[in-house]
Ligand binder design. Sequence first.
Ligand code: ADP
Length: 483
Amino acid sequence: MNIEIKYTQIFINNEWHKANNGKTFSVINPSTGEEICQVEEASEVDVNKAVEVARKAFNINSPWRKLEPATRGSLIRKFASLLRRDIDYLSKLETLNNGKPLEESKGDINLSADCMDYYAGWVDKITGETIPSGHDSFIYTRHEPIGICGQIIPWNYPIMMLAWKLGPALACGNVIILKPAEQTPLTALYCAALIKEAGFPPGVVNILPGDGPICGNAIATHKHIDKIAFTGSVEIGKKIQIAAAQSNLKRVSLELGGKSPLIICEDADLDFAVNLAHRAIFTNAAQNCTAGSRTFVHTKIYDAFIARSIELTKKRIVGNPFDPHTKQGPQINDSQFKKILNYIELGKKDGAKLEYGGEQVGDKGYFIQPTIFSDVQDHMKIAREEIFGPVMSILKFDSYDEVIERANDTCFGLGAGVITKDLTRSLTFAQQLQAGSVWINDYDVVCNQAPFGGYKQSGHGRELGRYGLEEYYEVKTVVIKLI
Ligand code: ADP
């Protein structure tokens, strides 16, 4: 695929900049392991520069602050329409850089444009309250933008994570310094050009490609960044929270990992359950924080479920993500690739039964066979730790009370699924599972209008929906004495 790379520099104040220290980094095509291009690498000095212009853009008399809400909404909508206009190019760029099948890149971009439109609709509906008080006073609240928002995003859904972050922050009137993942900066930089074309004033959205420990850390520790929103690993999430506390107590929202259970009850239609469980784990090459990575299957249907899952998984086409028949592209990079193969070895060593897969596909790029383990026990590493790779771990259960306890016995709490036709059982699971999203007879349905986020170490704060806005405004109480 010969795809022109148009933007490789740092986007600050609606202009393109080279890195202050002259450094660039290599962006790799995960399908081949070869370099696509070099991108300018932002460091602390560049972050400082972005903070300076963002502060100006957020000045109380700036063009951005004085925009009427409806006009702000139009800018966000315009950006959404530009995403749709350029979907052919942008989806190819996403697939080149991330490795996901082209159709999935297109799906992500459509959802991202919808997300921006959804939040554009909120701009003139972010209202405070009037609050009853004494007869001679009047109290009301205002929901005000927080200020400069640092946003650090991962590589698994590069455009969609950008939209989830920009949408609510812009709707509330904030200004932004966003760092895409170092593995996947290309579509974010193209989106920067669309931000400018849409007509956002300079300094409102700044996009800085760079490394986590340098550029990301400079954002997390900056004294004049007012909020940080992060999606990524638990390990880095904890660092971000510490950095935020130690620098200036900036507001923090975190969307972190998961080890989500999918519970398949004995009354489930077997084909339906097999297909759903397959999709729950293998979508996006299982590089999905909500991946259904613990498949609990009732003992009565356990053997049949395994047999049919193997049958289905054998048919999964792994390979070139530009080929329309491909269902699964490569893992993102060499270190993830090795980490996943290592987990597969651990699974075997710990005594789980390898039913299918477990090997690299081809001899270049980072492709791994969709893999199935059965007889997985709760204590095994493959049942406890986030693999972020195409490994289905099947666990057997025979009592519903027991499986709820086992499903909840994890430090994570992002998603959970249940397949059953029994209404009471489904509602009981919905009440008792400790997860930010519970899907009954479905999995990983994420809607722009419904909140998404984690219990426990899967993070805090919510993205999407009305709740997503709450992470991006301060509440001011105004008290007036009627004299
Ligand atoms: P993953 O393991 O999926 O790559 P990470 O949590 O390491 O997830 O990365 C998610 C995002 O966090 C990326 O944009 C990465 O550059 C950034 N990041 C990594 N380390 C740090 C850090 N120390 N401070 C701030 N951001 C970081």
